[in-house]
Design a protein around this ligand. Structure first.
Ligand SMILES: [Fe+2]
Length: 238
């Protein structure tokens, strides 16, 4: 492989992601994991659209084209990496990443991300498709923002919306989605308070009641689908 390809920033990111997420979920040294995440975050914060030969899209695109497209870059057992491109006005609906870590870096445009934490246990007497969660974070991210992180227990569910025109972001997920290993992607919608199950106990209603929300698992929304397109940037080898 030519030296300039070996040394591309996206190749360095892939190498660091492989190192960071090797054996996550098995035994592992928490300290070195944290150090590796810090290093990965530093590299990811430097990446720009030009490094991946990605050019900002105009908002005038064929109406029939998918609202969101994905450019696959690479995948190992430990992580997957790619770029999501959102048309202006489009959203990736609220979804989860079971048992996974994630790192997201905006390449162009601006996105609004709302992150939720799952409550520890489903409340007694509720159907399996209803979930109690807490709104953890709401923030706008642009290409000058630091990466946005999620983990198995923090900001694990999120909704991502393009703000003021098209947007794109680099996405690293570890381990990758794998329905056969319990990591399928589920979609949710917020239940209006009038449809929320009544609290099982007074303590439960008191605990964080102001932030607590109810989520209903839903099929993939009809207005959301994700197309694919080739990744135009430097070759990545993992
Ligand atoms: Fe996601």
């Amino acid at each position: 492989m030519p030296r300039d390809v070996m040394n591309s920033l996206i190749q360095k990111i892939a190498r660091q992601a492989r190192l960071t997420f090797r054996g996550v979920g098995s035994s592992g040294d928490a300290k070195s994991f944290a150090e590796n995440v810090t290093q990965l975050r530093k590299l990811v914060s430097e990446i720009r659209a030009e490094d991946l030969k990605i050019h900002p899209r105009s908002s005038a695109q064929a109406p029939a084209s998918p609202p969101v497209t994905y450019m696959h870059i690479c995948e190992t057992d430990g992580f997957s990496m790619g770029v999501f491109l959102l048309k202006g006005g489009s959203s990736i609906p609220l979804h989860d990443h079971p048992g996974m870590h994630g790192m997201l870096k905006v390449l162009y445009g601006k996105v609004l991300i709302r992150g939720f934490d799952k409550a520890e246990a489903p409340p007694p007497g509720t159907a399996g498709s209803v979930l109690r969660a807490v709104l953890r974070s709401t923030g706008e991210y642009s290409d000058s923002s630091p990466p946005c992180l999620l983990s198995p227990h923090r900001d694990n569910l999120h909704q991502i919306s393009a703000v003021d025109g098209p947007a794109a972001f680099l996405d690293i997920l570890a381990p990758p989605y794998d329905p056969e290993d319990g990591r399928d992607c589920h979609y949710y919608k917020l239940l209006p308070p009038s449809q929320a199950p009544s609290p099982a106990s007074p303590e439960q209603s008191a605990a964080g009641a102001s932030e607590a929300v109810w989520l209903l698992e839903i099929p993939q929304p009809d207005d959301f689908w994700c197309g694919g397109e080739p990744y135009p940037g430097p070759i990545v080898s993992v």
